[in-house]
Design a protein around this ligand. Structure first.
Ligand code: WT7
Length: 652
């Protein structure tokens, strides 16, 4: 255990290690650690030369003049180049047999299926690009997309990219208020939506929320509505238009705009566990290059694969690894509209069996739900088509990792635990499945070209196994370019905490093998008697107890120790809360990681407050632990009743 008191201490021990399976490595794009190290060394020797060599894989209308102009904290990648993302994701595949390959296989929650080949997708994208033009959208305008997870969402994104409009996808689960704020922040001219979406067997109405939002969005000139559920909606004359009517009337050819490399591709507001959401801006060429390469490297895509990333397109994961990365590689992408437990908790496993899915990428929060629902659900299905599993979004505790490997991967599939952020645009730290030996709970090593490191608050290097701040020391092609409309906040949030480097806001440690272990957001660190502890490790210890399904740990002010540790715990289906169990859990943590980390207080609850992307909002739990009430912003919370229930439990 570390003795440092200025950094974040690491207390998690994990010794298991899994080599890449030889039969996987044989066919992989990158087959060994030696090949991977060679790429890393090439990138270290000459970063710009490396990215330039990689950029040859894309289609350029005009080649770049300079690879990188870096005026910290502003980067210009591939200056002088001209490119179009929709061309790279679509037109490029139409000159080969791929034109008749499935680009998107989609399932609606009620069970209907649609398949779009590259040729069909191209035609719809061209048409919708013409629809956008008809609605008055020009190069540089912003378009809000507030839609269900249906192919039309991907079509709308690619159509924006085709004509040089900047899209701002707002997750369909957000409220009218959140939509209004995001439309106004980006100054969107048009919004694309649907009547509604299906979720857990009921309709989530979208159009009424849009109507509400549009009362206070002066920049919106038109609203285009997909008919998805068929429910009754109010169409405002002159402003609202049906998608299918305008598509029918639109020409099916539309030349792609030849856009400068740094043309703004999209704005995406971070889900934000703290503070006001930030409009993260990504641009064209660097983002595409990185999405393309990381999809190929990390998911080791093969021509015949069926690839499924379960993320909603409303998150960056959906942007990069449902739409742009896979399509630019000519992959077949599976998309699913609804909930993982509809009609029953085996929907995902049923779909894997039905479509013979090969690559499956999901989030730890989902994996923990699967564990809670029980292994009988995956066991009912033939999952033998799977060859690779991935996770993203949070640290995955080693027990959940092992369950994923065994219950879903049949002990056969490598797991890629991928660390990245909305801001990084693509995966930064991850195993390559044919090369990197994996350790449960570690995202392993930075990808080639990514200069990650761990530092103290003052920018000093941190020795092996001591926790510190995760930073990136060199610009990378898919880095965010700024916060839309607030460059000052961009400097402050990412480039001022530690001099000269990108500050990710996560705590991490690196072990003696150079493997990274992400310890969670530094805002969540708890200070117990001068020891700074990451919440994730204590949570991981709690979850390794057989009675615990999920745990969230926060600090509460304590006169003696500075902060006391409070753990909010949900139990496995059949387990009952009791004082005895509280004692057992405290002992369990003491045994797993030491007395220092033993929770002072354990509270059983039936649910934890989460953002819609599944991140636990520890800020709210901190408030509840300290004062029993919540005063802060709760607009990104998924289920408000959780707070009520936590408060009620408080009063018991
Ligand atoms: C934050 C970024 C990147 C797409 C989804 C989330 C946490 C993400 C991991 C991982 C440990 C992870 C970090 C990061 N995170 N992936 N593999 N291991 N932590 O995007 O909403 O921008 O969140 O998610 O704390 O900073 P995001």
């Amino acid at each position: 255990m570390s003795t440092s008191t200025t950094n974040i201490e690491s207390v998690l021990h994990e010794e298991r290690i899994f080599a890449a399976p030889p039969e996987f490595s044989e066919k992989a794009h990158i087959r060994s650690m030696r090949e991977l190290e060679e790429l890393r060394e090439e990138a270290e020797r000459d970063p710009e030369g490396f990215w330039a060599r990689m950029a040859e894989e894309l289609h350029w209308f005009k080649r770049w003049d300079t690879v990188l102009k870096w005026e910290p904290p502003h980067a210009e990648w591939f200056g002088g180049g001209e490119i179009n993302i929709s061309y790279n994701c679509l037109d490029r595949h139409l000159t080969s047999w791929r034109r008749n390959k499935a680009a998107i296989i989609w399932e609606g929650e009620p069970g209907e299926q649609r398949t779009l080949t590259y040729q069909q997708l191209h035609r719809d994208v061209c048409r919708f690009a013409n629809v956008l033009k008809r609605a008055g959208v020009q190069k540089g305008d912003r378009v809000a997309l507030y839609m269900p997870l249906i192919p039309e969402l991907a079509i709308a994104m690619l159509a924006c990219a085709r004509i040089g409009a900047t899209h701002s996808v707002v997750f369909g689960g957000f409220s009218a208020d959140a939509l209004k704020d995001r439309i106004n922040d980006a100054g969107c001219k048009v919004v694309v939506t649907a009547d509604g979406a299906f979720r857990r067997g009921t309709e989530v109405r979208l159009k009424p929320a849009v109507d509400e939002a549009l009362k206070h969005t002066p920049t919106i000139e038109a609203c285009i509505v997909v008919r998805r559920t068929g429910s009754n909606v109010r169409m405002q004359l002159g402003r609202d238009h049906w998608w299918h009517e305008w598509m029918e009337a639109a020409a099916s050819d539309c030349a792609p705009e030849e856009l400068p490399s740094e043309h703004p591709l999209f704005i995406l507001h971070t889900s934000g566990t703290t503070g006001k959401p930030k409009g993260i801006l990504h641009t064209t060429a660097g983002y595409l290059l990185y999405a393309h390469l990381t999809t190929k490297w990390v998911f080791d895509l093969k021509e015949e694969d069926i690839y499924w990333c379960t993320a909603d397109i409303g998150w960056v994961t959906g942007h990069t690894y449902v739409v742009y990365g896979p399509l630019s590689n000519g992959a077949t992408v599976l998309m699913y509209e609804g909930a993982p437990n509809y009609p029953e908790p085996d929907r995902f496993w049923q779909m894997i069996e039905r479509h013979r899915v090969n690559i499956f990428y999901t989030a730890p929060t989902a994996i923990r739900a699967f564990i809670k629902w029980g292994e009988q659900w995956p066991r009912k299905h033939d999952l033998s088509s799977l060859r690779l599993l991935g996770t993203v979004g949070e640290p995955i505790n080693p027990e959940a990792w092992m369950w994923y490997r065994d219950a879903i991967g049949g002990g056969r599939c490598p797991i890629v635990d991928t660390w990245w952020q909305t801001e990084t645009g693509g995966i930064m730290i991850s195993p390559l499945p044919g090369a990197t030996p994996t350790k449960p709970g570690s995202a392993t090593k930075p990808l080639p070209g990514i200069a990650a490191d761990i530092m103290t608050k003052t920018g000093e290097p941190v020795a092996d196994n001591l926790g510190g701040y995760l930073v990136i020391k060199r610009p990378w092609p898919a880095m965010l370019r700024t916060i839309w409309g607030d460059d000052e906040r961009y400097r402050e949030a990412y480039w001022s905490e530690i001099e000269g480097v990108y500050f990710a806001g996560d705590g991490a440690r690196r072990d003696a093998d150079g493997y990274y272990w992400i310890m969670g957001r530094v805002d969540d660190v708890i200070n117990v008697s001068g020891h700074r502890l990451g919440t994730m490790e204590i949570e991981s210890a709690l979850v390794s107890h057989e009675a615990v399904a999920e745990a969230a740990v926060v600090g509460r002010p304590d006169e003696l120790k500075g902060q006391a540790i409070v753990a909010f715990v949900t139990l496995e289906g059949t387990r009952q809360a009791s004082d005895e169990l509280k004692g057992a859990l405290r002992q369990h943590v003491a045994k797993e990681i030491g007395a220092l980390a033993k929770p002072d207080d354990i509270r059983f609850t039936d649910a934890l407050p989460k953002t819609r992307s599944g991140k636990i909002m520890r800020r709210l739990l901190r408030e509840i632990a300290a004062s029993g009430a919540v005063a802060g912003d709760t607009t990104t919370l998924e289920d408000f009743s959780v707070l009520e229930r936590l408060r009620a439990q408080e009063e018991e």
